[in-house]
Design a protein around this ligand. Structure first.
Ligand code: C2E
Ligand code: MG
Ligand code: MG
Length: 745
């Protein structure tokens, strides 16, 4: 059976030395009490008031705080001092019991056993020593002796307790002014209580007793005010230090804030966190867009005041300013090292980065430089305007940044020139890089209402010689580029509507089918139709470009109809081959979901004629408000046997309300969620699948790229799998071929 945790924690916090100190303190109590046959002191108003004030003095008498909180100059000994100087030690045992009990009740039990015992021993030593000196200047000289003895005993025993090696934990953090004040306070307290007692002994009336009580009360209040005063001095010091340290080091702002907060208000713990703290003895200050500063009181310490909160707010303000400063610096650094337009490094920054790569060549390894110059951008400038030219450059920057391996360093060299540099092992790798850069540059893009394609002159130079300067290799690449330049074609631009119209009339749309298989059995259940375009002028155009251009030219319904007709033909062949139903998924845009749509009427008709199972997918990204017209359209489709699916769920805002708008026939979880290998990402997939399954939707995992992702997605409860790990999009011929060959997916 396990020990109750409270007792275990107590055992851990009390050391053998604490127990030893406690035994010594108890021995003093019992010894002195026995000496007087356990008789009690002479009870009167004054002694009762004095004893009752001891716990209060202990609780609030903290004027000195060392780092370990060990040296606590309480004025409680003053009470003892006044009583036991001229009298037998009859008051000591009672006082000592009150001190020990006060510590146990008022503070953290474990540690206060040691500390309380030390105070008892300090008090006993103080009385023993100061009684033995002759006084000339009563009670001042005795009070000073008493305070010295008491303090020395406390420090010595505390050092013994924490170990001399940790002397800084006892005295470290004690400021000289604090120590002086505490010592002076103790002497003063001894004098005041001694004189009051003397007055009371000569004239033991109620009124003198009350006067004594009032004096003691004033003393306690004075102590509290003093502690508060010291707290503000400490706060001002910390604030001044924090101000002087501005701006705080950019990567240390959080820690710096916590550190200053701790020293400003003597908190046990100070930290920044996303939410505000709610525990007892906690204070939270909101940081501008960066969560909260949460501080925690030292247990048993005075509660936080409004002044503490104001102090922390001021520190929080400094942290905000430091953060703004760091951000500005980061922006300036970014501006100096990054080209605005393309997001690529500037040439000087690039030069710095590639320096170390220069030494990485030799053997098979060579430095490869590609010098790239866009063709005919100046005439384009006059034709299109600077803005569109900028768009071309910025799109190219993005493509180069995201489309090449990470170890390719690159920069914008100026105007329309770019330099790429990397280390490669073989001629084949050099050729591959050359081809990849060319295809990234030449990929057609939509700029304004145009489809545009730029071409570039490329010069490639490689060097295996570690002695050849990088600049020399760059120069060779540049001359190679110049030699190649004139032979290249120029910028192509054509209105998007013309491109789409030409594709429609030239029958330029092809369709590929990507299989969707059951996660459990691996059996083919559905195919998604994806548009493919090979244009006579621009070559291959990406589906996203084509769909966007067709939409902007109001020709998307025509395009979708062509895609759907082709796909239906293909699916019918597949169904004939496998001898069962295969669902066809066709992509549409949200804007195409209209009750007056001619396209949807045609699709309903096609489904009726061919009796196929058709589901239309709409990407979550494209969804806007789901209106009554959308609902009516969806109902009409359902009546005709056409289903609706959410595509790319989780690529947008993973909108929950979308899930309640319509009983979707399929929800496809976006590949960003599926293609993850972090533990958090995997849990997300499991939770999203659970949610969707729980809401009753059949779930598809999209973009399953490898065997590991496939195994994980299969185990997470999805119904269908789609992605490269199952099959790439295939022409209908290739798909039929695979099915005939009986190759499994
Ligand atoms: P989508 O509907 O989400 O289609 C899936 C896309 O992911 C396809 O790209 C597909 O080739 C790709 N893909 C499939 N498996 C994997 C994989 O394992 N890993 C990765 N990285 N990608 C995979 P594609 O063909 O380029 O199509 C892009 C988007 O263009 C489609 O995304 C769809 O939104 C749109 N689209 C394609 N054809 C049409 C169409 O006929 N009409 C409409 N409105 N949109 C279409
Ligand atoms: Mg899709
Ligand atoms: Mg998708």
């Amino acid at each position: 059976m396990s020990e109750p945790s409270g007792r275990r924690a107590l055992r851990r916090s009390v050391s053998a030395l604490d127990v030893g100190l406690l035994v010594a303190a108890l021995a003093v109590i019992v010894g002195t009490a026995a000496k007087h046959d356990f008789s009690l002191p002479d009870w009167n108003t004054f002694s009762i008031v004095a004893l009752a004030s001891v716990p209060v003095l202990i609780r609030y008498g903290m004027v000195i705080e060392s780092a370990a909180g060990a040296l606590r100059a309480s004025t409680a000994p003053a009470v003892l001092f006044a009583y036991d100087l001229d009298h037998p030690l009859v008051f000591l045992p009672v006082w000592a019991v009150v001190v020990l009990l006060s510590h146990l009740v008022l503070f953290d039990t474990g540690r206060s056993i040691g500390r309380g015992s030390i105070e008892v021993l300090g008090g006993a030593t103080m009385v023993a020593v100061s009684r033995s000196i002759d006084t000339v200047l009563w009670p001042v000289d005795r009070a000073v002796t008493a305070a010295v003895v008491y303090t020395l005993t406390l420090v010595t025993l505390e050092l013994l307790r924490v170990g001399v090696r940790h002397i800084d934990r006892v005295v470290g953090g004690v400021r000289r002014a604090d120590a002086g004040l505490a010592f002076g306070g103790l002497v003063l307290a001894c004098c005041v209580v001694a004189m009051l007692r003397e007055a009371y002994t000569h004239d033991p009336h109620l009124i003198t007793g009350l006067l004594g009580a009032a004096c003691l009360a004033t003393f306690v209040v004075g102590q509290i005010l003093l502690a508060r005063l010291q707290a503000s001095v400490r706060g001002v010091d910390a604030l001044a230090a924090a101000g002087q340290a501005m701006p705080w080091p950019a990567d240390q702002i959080e820690n710096t804030l916590a550190g200053f907060a701790r020293s400003a208000i003597r908190a046990q713990d100070a930290r920044t966190q996303p939410s505000s703290g709610s525990g007892p003895g906690q204070l939270s200050i909101a940081l501008h867009e960066h969560g909260y500063l949460v501080v925690e009181r030292v247990r048993g310490d005075l509660p936080f005041t409004r002044a503490d909160a104001r102090l922390l707010s001021a520190l929080a303000g400094l942290s905000d300013t430091s953060r703004a400063h760091a951000l500005k610096e980061e922006q300036l650094r970014h501006q100096a090292t990054t080209d605005d337009l393309t997001g690529l490094p500037t040439y000087p920054h690039f030069r710095q980065r590639v320096e170390r790569l220069g030494n990485a060549r030799g053997g098979q390894r060579r430095i490869v430089v590609v010098f790239l110059d866009l063709d005919g951008l100046e005439p384009l400038d006059t034709e299109l305007g600077h803005l569109d030219t900028d768009l071309v450059l910025s799109a190219l920057g993005t493509r180069l940044r995201t489309g090449l391996p990470e170890n390719v360093e690159m920069c914008r060299f100026g105007g329309d020139e770019f330099i790429l540099l990397t280390v490669l092992d073989s001629d084949a790798a050099v050729e591959e890089l050359d081809a990849r850069v060319r295809s990234l540059v030449e990929e057609p893009q939509a700029i304004g209402d145009q489809v545009m394609q730029v071409s570039a002159s490329l010069g490639v130079a490689a060097s295996r010689d570690p002695h050849e300067l990088i600049d020399a290799v760059i120069r060779r690449a540049e001359s190679a580029m110049r030699a190649a330049r004139d032979a290249r074609p120029r910028v192509q631009a054509e209105a998007q509507s013309e491109v789409i119209a030409r594709l429609l009339s030239d029958d330029g749309f092809a369709v590929v089918l990507q299989p969707l298989v059951a996660a459990k059995s691996g059996e083919l259940e559905a195919v998604e139709a994806l548009v493919r375009v090979e244009d006579q002028v621009f070559g291959r155009l990406s589906p996203v470009l084509v769909v966007g251009s067709a939409q902007r030219s109001s020709l998307l319904d025509e395009v979708t109809e062509v895609v759907a007709r082709r796909a239906i033909d293909a699916v019918r062949q597949v169904e004939a081959l496998v001898g069962r139903r295969i669902t066809l998924l066709v992509n549409i845009e949200f804007a195409q979901l209209r009750s007056d749509s001619g396209l949807l009427a045609t699709l309903r008709e096609l489904v009726r004629i061919h009796g196929i199972e058709l589901v239309l997918e709409v990407s979550e990204r494209a969804f806007e408000d789901w209106t009554d017209d959308h609902r009516a359209t969806a109902e009409e489709l359902r009546d005709a046997g056409i289903g609706l699916a959410i595509d790319d769920y989780g690529a947008g805002y993973a909108t929950y309300s979308l899930l309640t708008q319509w009983p979707w026939d399929l929800v496809k979880i976006d590949r960003d969620i599926v293609a993850t290998d972090t533990p958090a990402g995997r849990r997300l997939l499991v939770h999203v699948t659970d949610l969707l399954v729980d809401l009753g939707f059949p779930v598809v995992a999209e973009g399953v790229e490898d065997a590991e992702q496939r195994a994980f997605a299969s185990g997470s409860g999805v119904w269908l799998l789609q992605g490269w790990a199952v099959a790439r999009p295939l022409t209908s011929e290739a798909l039929l071929e695979r099915l005939r060959a009986g190759t499994s997916f």
